[in-house]
Design a protein around this ligand. Sequence first.
Ligand code: FDA
Length: 321
Amino acid sequence: MFRAGLIWLSERPRLFGLVRRNGFARRMATRFVAGETLDAGVGVVRDLNRAGLSASLDLLGESVRDPAEAGAARDVYLRLLDRLHERGLDANVSVKLTQMGLDVDEALCLENMRAIVGRAGAHGSFVRIDMEQSEYVERTLRLFTERLHPEFGNVVGVVLQSALRRTERDVEDMIALGARVRLCKGAYKEPADVAFPKKRDVDACYVASMERLLERGNYPGLATHDARIIAHARAFARRKDVPPARFEFQMLHGVRRDLQHALVGDGYRVRVYVPFGDHWYPYLMRRLAERPANVAFIAGNLLREWWRGMRGERGRGKGEG
Ligand code: FDA
C-alpha cells in the first residue's frame, strides 16, 4: 500500500518542481544520484573504477513527449560515450526508450538509439536498454530483437524483470538469441494480471531466471541487492562450474556499498548503476518505495531539521531580546 503510494507519486512529474525546491529532498537525492551534470557522473565513475568497480551511467529522464528533448538526451549520451572513451573509464551506458522518444514516434526512437549504439560500438562500449513499465515491454523487446540486436549484435542488451509473469519465457527467447540480459526484480507498480502480486513469487522467478542465465546465458548482469539471492548465485555458479568472469553483479549507486566492495574483494565483477541529471524525482521516489526505512530516514531528518530550525528561532529570539 505504502510502496504503491510512493510509486504513484513517482508518476506525478508536476510534483517535481515542489520537491526540487526542497533542500532536504535534494540532499536525499544525492545519496542515490551522482549529481546533476555529466561531469558529476563521470567523477563518480572514476572513483568506482579506482575501487575496482565498473559502472553503467544513466542520464535521468523518461516519458519524453518532445522530439527536441529526445534529441538533446541522445546528444548527452553521445558526449558521455566520447568522454568515457577519452578518459579510458570502465563504464557503459543505460538508456530508457521513452527518453529517446518511444512515446512520440518509434522511428525517431530507433534513429536516436542507432546513433547511441553506433557510437558505443565505435568506442568498444556497450548500451543497456533499461526496462520500463509493463506496457513498454513488448515494444522494447521487439525493437531490440528485430532492429537493434540484428544490426549491432552484443553492443546492445536488454533488461528483464522477474516481477512479470512473462519473464521466464522472455529469458528463454533471449538465451536462444544469445542476447545480453540484465535481470532485475522490477521497480514499477504493475497490475496482477501481468505481474506477481506476492514478493515471494517475484523472488522465485528471479532465482529460476538467474539459474538459466548463469548456465546458458550470455554474460548476464545480476542486478539485485538481495544478499540471499546473491549467495544463491555464488553457490550455484560454483556448483555448475560457471567462472566469475562469465557474469557480473550489478547494484545501484548508494545502495549496499558494503556488499559491492565485499563481492569485489571475493573476486567477483560488480557494476554500479550511476544516474545523473536533473530529472531525479521519479528515480528517487522509486528508490524510496523499495525500502520503507529510507522514508523513515527522511522523516527523521525532516523532523530534526524542523527541530533545529525551532531552536535556532528561539535562540535568535533570546539573543535579540
Ligand atoms: P529487494 O527489493 O528485495 O531488496 C533486497 C535488499 O536490498 C533490501 O532488503 C535492502 O537491504 C536492499 N535494498 C534494495 N533497494 C534498496 C534501496 N532503494 N535503498 C536501500 N536498500 C535497498 N528496475 C526496472 O524496472 N528496470 C530496470 O531497467 C532496472 N535496472 C536496474 C539496474 C540495476 C543495476 C539495479 C541494481 C536495479 C535495477 N532496477 C531496475 C531496479 C530493480 O528492479 C529493483 O527495484 C531494485 O533493485 C530493488 O530490488 P532488489 O533486487 O535489490 O531486491
